[in-house]
Design a protein around this ligand. Structure first.
Ligand SMILES: Nc1ncnc2c1ncn2[C@@H]1O[C@H](COP(=O)(O)OP(=O)(O)OP(=O)(O)O)[C@@H](O)[C@H]1O
Ligand SMILES: [Mg+2]
Length: 357
């Protein structure tokens, strides 16, 4: 188990990149560190790997403190965004390299054998004699991952390993990475700013913003039960609709609709919905379009077809909004639609971002 405790990082220029970050990772889990550019993802990886020293806090792996260990003694494999292969070496030499240096150096034949075993696992055997400059980005990244695994590290750190690859290859290699790390059973931290990538491969996601963890959860919970407005907006594509509302006299009122608070079937938070201003969050798939709906009508400004679904763009009052409907719903640009919300699946946030329903 990796325990990150009260981890804080202030850089020399005084910038606080991490503000007391706490999380734990179970052995063998694949965890994504997710968040927008600059939120501190790489800083966390660098602290775990020992490439940076923390200002405060601790990192403990299976009960052993890591922060005062030399990077070499931390038993970590690190894969960077830009492959970082040795250009003058062949693939086999690149993969063997970690086994042929330092105190734990092993004989050449043995190193070759281990390297070949892992190259088979990542399907790069045929590339054995190639040099990095002659290979595609996807091939180079496979080599980099193989080189990280060959030392049999305790932890694998991957910093946006797919961001230089085209969209189709990214899908393919992310599936391969998941299969591979599960096969090897290695604890893996995968950094990405792509929410869809994180949702698709993770056991758990740590979602960060500005050096603070916003939610550490199962992928599904991040989507279904966002803790705050930031999480709701960061997870999901198309992005969630956020509508300004006011709660007054048992009604939820906006510039386009009004409905009874009673419509919110889930009674858990009802009493906390005191009168005042809030933000209503509705995912595009929870804006239901039908003939006999009552909540509001809207004029469809544009329609995007994405495979089996259509994304409808329209205004709810003054707010640009989206609905996602099946291709079977024959809705076109210029149509007037009647809409309802899928009430149990709406969220209500305070204007400060805290979720109250
Ligand atoms: N050596 C440094 N000195 C000062 N500030 C730094 C230093 N390194 C990083 N930062 C700042 O710390 C913050 C976190 O950086 P970090 O590289 O961890 O972000 P990130 O989440 O990995 O972003 P990206 O998705 O762009 O890679 C950023 O605002 C960055 O500008
Ligand atoms: Mg980064």
């Amino acid at each position: 188990m990796i325990e990150v405790k009260d981890l804080r990082k202030v850089f020399d220029n005084g910038f606080e990149a991490l503000k007391k970050v706490n999380f734990t990772i179970e052995n063998g889990d694949l965890v994504c560190l997710l968040g927008p550019s600059g939120c501190g993802k790489t800083t966390i990886l660098n602290l775990i790997a020992g490439l940076l020293d923390p200002t405060e806090g601790n990192i403990i792996n299976d009960g052993v403190t890591m922060v005062d260990k030399h990077p070499k003694d931390r038993d970590i494999g690190f894969v960077f965004q830009n492959y970082a292969l040795y250009p003058h070496m062949t693939v086999l030499e690149n993969v063997m390299f970690p086994l042929r240096v330092g105190e734990k150096k092993i004989p050449k034949e043995e190193a070759e054998k281990i390297a070949r075993k892992f190259m088979e696992l990542t399907s790069i055997e045929e590339l054995e004699n190639k040099k990095p400059g002659t290979m595609s980005g996807g091939q180079q990244q496979r080599v980099a991952i193989t080189r990280a695994l060959v030392q049999n590290p305790n932890i694998l750190l991957l910093d946006e390993p797919l961001s230089n690859l085209d969209a189709r290859l990214r899908l393919k290699i992310r599936e391969e990475i998941r299969r591979l790390v599960k096969e090897v059973g290695i604890t893996t931290i995968f950094v990405t700013h792509d929410q869809e990538e994180a949702l698709s491969i993770s056991d758990k996601i740590v979602l960060m913003d500005e050096g603070v963890i916003q939610q550490h959860d199962d992928p599904q919970n991040l989507y279904l039960e966002p803790k705050n407005l930031f999480v709701a907006k960061f997870i999901g594509n198309p992005v969630i609709n956020i509508l300004p509302i006011e709660v007054s006299n048992g009604k939820i009122i906006s510039d386009a609709f009004s409905f009874d608070v009673k419509n919110l079937v889930d009674t858990r938070f009802k009493e906390t919905l005191t009168e005042g201003k809030y933000l209503l969050g509705v995912r595009p798939e929870d804006v239901l379009v039908s003939k006999d709906s009552t909540t509001f009508t809207a004029n469809v400004e544009s329609v995007e077809l994405i495979g089996r679904e259509r994304i409808l763009n329209f205004a709810i009052g003054a707010t640009n909004s989206k609905s996602i409907v099946s291709i079977d719903e024959e809705v076109y640009e210029g149509d007037t639609i009647s809409c309802d919300f899928n009430y149990p699946r709406v969220f209500i946030f305070k204007e400060t971002g805290e979720r109250v329903y």
